[in-house]
Design a protein around this ligand. Structure first.
Ligand SMILES: [Fe+2]
Length: 337
């Protein structure tokens, strides 16, 4: 064979290999790339921050610089390793979603008719978890119980880094107070002054988005993320009587009483006792995240049924309508807890 013939054959072979590579890459992109047929929805979820960056929502004029400052600060904690960064991205994404829920609440409740109050709520929502990044860097967990109070840490960071330096003194005070107290187990319902509505609005918005995140982690067929589920034991047929007792007695369950993944489901339902604004209940009803969470509790059908009945009754008739619906006994839920 002549030299030019050998080169031609080799060249054609290389071209064929190149085309095969390109075809495979295109096929994989088509199947698994953004909006691909077999694309894992969670992959798009963790990149939500980037989407929010390029698509700022309306009604937030004059606050873009603070959103950018928040993102820039959060970005300093990312390592570039997707596994390490995923929990942090989730928190950044959560902050913007809480902001959106807060805006929705502010738009529907008279307490935020004053533009300054609405602004304080928006800023509190954006920055409420700013302490999470430092918390995770230091302790590799979001469980306050095993690390530090992320709300107080966040308020300290807001002050130290002067994020709110250009805000009116009153706004700054409201935001700092709301951020510092947003994770308190309970807040007096008659909290006086302007801080009450801001704190309640923030707490409602925060809970609404945690319900959404948990629906992503606890719906049927989901393999929950260990960090998000606070490293609770994944034993589908078990739940703790303390958490269930709180729900039955009309109280919000305590994080520290949770031992199993199912306890998180019960705790989320018990948050219905602690939402403040009617707008928040309307959002719970509309989004259906609690139902998704309960659907994933199929290894304990009696508990699952109770939770469904409880949530439906609460959302249609309010607290009074829910009081008589819990029938599952502690003996039945107390499985070696
Ligand atoms: Fe928080």
């Amino acid at each position: 064979m002549m030299l030019w013939e050998i080169l031609l054959v080799k060249g054609a072979g290389a071209l064929a290999v190149l085309i095969a590579f390109a075809g495979t890459a295109f096929l994989l992109r088509f199947l698994y790339g953004p909006k691909g047929k077999f694309r894992e929805a969670a992959w798009d979820e963790v990149s939500g921050v980037d989407r929010l960056r390029v698509a700022p929502h309306s009604g937030f004029e004059g606050e873009e610089a603070l959103r950018a400052a928040f993102l820039e600060y959060a970005g300093t904690f990312f390592s570039g390793e997707s596994r390490d960064d995923a929990p942090l991205r989730l928190k950044a994404d959560h902050s913007f979603r809480v902001l959106r829920y807060a805006e929705e609440i502010a738009g529907q409740e008279d307490a935020f008719a004053d533009a300054g109050m609405a602004r304080a709520l928006r800023l509190a929502a954006l920055f409420h978890d700013v302490g999470r990044f430092e918390q995770f860097r230091r302790f590799r967990t979001f469980a306050d119980e095993f690390s530090c109070n992320h709300a107080l840490l966040g308020a300290g960071i807001l002050r130290e880094r002067k994020f709110l330096a250009d805000e009116a003194r009153k706004t700054r005070g409201l935001v700092l107070a709301a951020v510092a107290a947003h994770n308190r187990f309970s807040v007096p319902k008659n909290l006086s002054g302007s801080v009450g509505p801001v704190l309640f609005g923030l707490r409602d918005a925060d809970k609404l988005d945690i319900m959404r995140i948990m629906a992503d982690n606890l719906a049927p067929g989901e393999r929950g993320d260990g960090t998000v589920l606070l490293h609770l034991r994944d034993e589908p047929e078990r739940c703790s009587p303390l958490v269930f007792r709180a729900l039955r007695e009309g109280r919000t369950a305590l994080y520290r009483d949770m031992r199993y993944v199912n306890d998180f489901r019960i705790l989320l339902c018990s948050w219905l006792y602690d939402l403040h604004f009617p707008a928040a209940y309307r959002i719970v009803r509309r989004e259906g995240h609690l139902h998704s969470v309960i659907d994933g509790c199929d290894a304990l059908p009696e508990l699952q049924n109770d939770l469904r009945v409880f949530v439906d009754a609460f959302l249609s008739k309010g607290r009074a309508g829910s009081a008589i619906t819990l029938n599952c006994s502690e003996e039945k839920v107390d499985v070696q807890a």
